[in-house]
Write a protein that binds this ligand. Sequence first.
Ligand code: FES
Ligand SMILES: [Fe+2]
Length: 393
Amino acid sequence: MNAEPAIRMLPVEEAAKLRGSGALPSAPYHDPDWWELERKAVFLRSWLNVAHVSEVPEPGSFVRREIEFARASLLIVRGRDGHVRAFHNACTHRGTQLTQDEAGRRSQFSCPYHMWTFGTDGALLSAPDFERFFIDKKDCALKQVACEVLAGLVFINFDPAPRETAREFFGAIADELEGLPMAQATGFSEWTYEIDANWKTNFDNFQENYHLRFIHPRTGAQAVGEENPFGYPTHYGFSGPHRSQTLWRNPAPAPVPPSLGQAYMLAAQAAARRGESFPKTDFKLFPAFHVVGLPPNTQFTHTHWPLGPGRTRGVIRMYWIGGDDSASHRYAREFTSMSIRDVLVEDRHAVESAQRGLAGGAIPTIRMQDHEMLLRHLYETVQQKVADYLAET
Ligand code: FES
Ligand SMILES: [Fe+2]
């Protein structure tokens, strides 16, 4: 891992100067036409995390991913040659989906309709009575989607000719991601939720601490203090379309109930025994991917999948190295997982309420203060991507 941080972190005042302070039109948070532009300009042209390598450990292992905004069903397959590829789950004969299984292991994929059979590299291996088609098998391979593994994460890009590799897209952050525990993770817990909110409304909620003391008086009590009553981060950083922040460490956190204190301690001990060290990182990666490290034993990712202008699916994954070696380790994992879910449940009402308030257009502009500069950066980046797309097309 690099000694130099991938993103130069700036003190708040300095970082804020980069972002400006004007009001912003609110339409991008609810307008269906704008959402359609984002779908094409942002999500169909960006690198998106869809899986972890631990899900496809052996040749022939695969997972199926339904990507609604792209109207696509994808198969992420580890080939016999060890490479991980992404294919459209659509037979090249007449389109039938090859499998409805969510995951599995196969040496080949046979279409149930007329039995065209494809290899783990997507090549058409056999097809009954094929000579009547008067075509070449090599022209009938499964349709691939650009796919790259980085830091143990499988990224795809629907752009038929991505302008940059995933490594180029993440720039200097790529090295930092590869140093994180998730790159070595052997498994994860996952939970998903759907929310009546635009993907940016939902992502923004995790890009500011301004709301902490009002929405999380219970779970966020340790993150605010006398000298920092809002629990604001101390530094912010920007790298191309990506962002990061340094969270403030409260020198005198509020006491927690004894039962919670014991659970935290068990979690920390279990992690230390296993030699797990989870650095404190907080990357907001474009377009909608949040990588968070919370010492001592948690690393999780949070992806915001756009389902519509006012609907989003959140996917949270907590990565683990190794199996449970004791009941207390299992307890610590589950406890951490549920603690994070508690925080998100608290957020939900505020996020959906904000979306309802914006949806009718009654508030034509919204305002952001210095400590909401990450939201402003996402907003501006999306504007730029849409402008680039419109200029190109
Ligand atoms: S649609 Fe797949 S073999 Fe015919
Ligand atoms: Fe929150």
